[in-house]
Design a protein around this ligand. Structure first.
Ligand code: NAD
Length: 321
């Protein structure tokens, strides 16, 4: 039986990944600074601790010989957390510490394969100034120019893990996620991202009311449902390709369009109220040529399918007695 260590297993993607690895027959240890707020972990063993602490990282890696390490722990959030500038230092410090510690533990304990979750936020701001983004290719990353410190830290950590691959022979796989969404993710509190925030606003809005949208709402993104993200991770791990590779959808939609989609299947009549707020780049889309060429697969779920699942889950969360 293969053994996997999932860092960030108390979070959204890490929580789903632990479940998916269990279903695939793995023995799983999950690690996080907190448990998942919405459900019990599926991991065989769940350790609570701070991955910024080298001692804790040593403890979770040393008693078992892991075949695979999935490093998803990060200080992260949506635009309201990443783009205000207020959290720049903690975001960089916390995530860099986690990655430095885990790269070193992977080397010391001889972990065979390591997955690292990078982000579309590494791509340069200058090529995302238009709403009609034709797709960000992996090779667009350089010359570098991310629009957030979160993105710069991700770029640093991509390079960190690849340098460990070159110098110490660890088989590293890196994916750049583009806006992953789905049930059991953060939907309130300030760290939620656009799909969850819109679902919450619509679920809580009174009939004939309005929901707030940051900016003019014409900024565009692509959003990928969690199950497709997990499929991409597993396929990348089973391949002989290291990446970095985009794992994202190429179904471009504006924030207004996303809001109207959710309002449409909520059955309510609501208007959009545009207010000032942190925005990020003007247009961002995943180019999926590389993943298709290397893995013979690319995401295919239409956005509306995943959004319905997510809205139903968030609706139930907001209407809990
Ligand atoms: P998340 O916030 O739900 O999960 C991250 C987890 O890391 C959290 O549970 C958090 O408690 C944990 N963590 C943070 N600091 C820690 C520490 N010091 N010690 C131990 N655990 C710590 O986020 P997510 O959406 O599940 O994202 C997972 C990974 O994917 C992150 O690395 C994120 O940057 C990356 N990513 C996500 C998206 C997305 O759209 N969700 C997009 C691009 C990249």
């Amino acid at each position: 039986m293969k053994k996997a260590l999932v860092c960030g297993a108390g979070g959204f993607i890490g929580g789903h990944l632990a479940k998916r690895l269990k279903e695939a027959g793995y023995w799983v240890r999950g690690v996080d600074i907190k448990e998942n707020e919405y459900r019990k972990s599926f991991a065989d063993d769940f350790r609570i601790g701070d991955l910024r602490e080298p001692q804790f990282c040593q403890e979770i890696c040393q008693d078992i010989r892991f075949d695979e390490l999935y490093q998803l722990a990060a200080d992260m959030g949506g635009a309201g957390y990443i783009f205000t500038g207020e959290h720049d230092a903690v975001v960089m410090h916390n995530s860099a510490m986690i990655n430095l510690n885990m790269a070193e533990q992977a080397r010391l304990t001889g972990i065979g394969k390591l997955f690292y979750s990078s982000s579309a936020c590494i791509y340069p701001e200058r090529i995302q100034m238009e709403v009609n983004n034709s797709g960000l290719k992996e090779s667009d990353a350089y010359p570098a120019g991310p629009d957030s410190e979160y993105g710069w830290e991700k770029l640093f950590s991509e390079r960190l893990y690849f340098s460990y691959m070159r110098n110490y022979g660890i088989d590293v796989k890196i994916a750049r996620f583009h806006n992953i969404f789905g049930p059991y993710g953060t939907w309130r509190g300030g760290k939620e991202k656009a799909p969850a925030a819109i679902c919450r606003k619509v679920a809580e809005a009174p009939e004939n009311g309005s929901i707030e949208i940051w900016g003019d709402g014409e900024q565009t993104r692509t959003f990928l449902y969690i199950d497709e993200c997990l499929e991409g991770i597993l396929r990348l791990m089973q391949s002989d390709f290291s990446g970095p590779v985009n794992i994202g959808s190429d179904e471009l939609i504006s924030i207004n369009g996303l809001a109207r989609m959710v309002i449409g299947f909520s059955g309510k009549t609501l208007t959009l109220n545009h207010i000032a707020g942190p925005l990020g780049v003007r247009g961002r889309c995943s180019d999926n040529s590389l993943i298709y060429n290397k893995l013979g697969w690319r995401p295919a779920w239409p956005l509306v399918r995943g959004m319905k699942e997510t809205y139903n889950w968030i609706y139930n969360e907001t209407h809990r007695p």
